[in-house]
Design a protein. Structure first.
Length: 223
């Protein structure tokens, strides 16, 4: 690696080809990613084949609403691959990481032990009352749960979003309809979000990093 340039997102960088975040826990990797030290600072390579958020950035979406102090509600945290990079970025913020599967939750707990800004929540995102007492107002709702009723689940979680906050919904077209063209599935999701009072800022297909997946970025409609 020759040089790193800021991405326009706090603590996230590129060398022109790969993405990196500044490691909050120097010396420790999370999922076998490469660690690189440059001028005394350690970075973790952010793999777009393991993290759809990295794929979104590499596909050219540059307006990521994440700052050092951002509050994030992350639905479908799994073992924390992407959560770990968000945690690197929002150094002084919080990542409320919701996951329903006990099988992967232990890994998320281990991750949170080393990262002060990750708050793991074992819960079903379709029943947000269970964590309403824990989660505060957030700047970003990021949802990656690969479920058929994902728009309804997202809608139930909009109560946590600041009026000027952002939604990133990861859509796996096969989870919604295996038979339809992914582009048609994405249009259906966009239209469902509009009906819920959201303004769609863009839909970015994540191929070739994540086949038949797209990120739909939205905010509250103020019109
Ligand atoms: C594709 S994986 C998420 C990968 C993760 N976002 C990442 O990039 O590291 C989807 C996860 O959503 C979880 N999930 C599915 N339905 C859920 C629900 N209703 N509430 C919370 N988590 C859910 C699954 O258990 C699974 O771990």
């Amino acid at each position: 690696m020759v040089e790193l340039r800021p991405l326009g997102v706090s603590r996230a960088f590129t060398d022109g080809r790969n993405l990196y975040t500044e490691n909050l826990t120097p010396g420790r990797d999370v999922y076998g990613e490469r660690l690189v030290t440059l001028r005394g600072i350690e970075y973790r390579q952010w793999d777009p084949r393991r993290s759809k958020l990295a794929a979104l950035l590499l596909k050219g979406w540059k307006i990521l609403p994440l700052q050092r102090s951002s509050q994030v509600l992350y639905l479908g945290a799994a073992s924390g691959t992407t959560v770990s990079h968000v945690s690197d970025i929002v150094l002084e913020g919080t990542v409320y990481a919701v996951e329903v599967s006990r099988r992967v939750f232990q890994k998320l707990l281990d991750l949170a032990e080393a990262r002060h800004n990750v708050l793991p929540i074992l819960a079903d995102a379709s029943k947000p009352d269970a964590y309403a007492g824990t989660v505060g107002r957030v700047d970003l709702v990021y949802q990656d749960i690969a479920q058929r009723d994902q728009v309804e689940i997202l809608e139930r979680n909009l109560r946590f979003l600041n009026p000027d906050g952002t939604v990133i919904l990861i859509v796996k077209s096969r989870s919604i309809d295996v038979a339809r063209e992914p582009a048609a599935v994405y249009r259906t999701v966009e239209s469902a979000l509009r009906k819920k009072g959201l303004h769609v800022l863009g839909t970015v297909p994540l191929d070739p990093f994540q086949r038949d997946h797209a990120a739909v970025i939205a905010e509250f409609s103020h019109s």
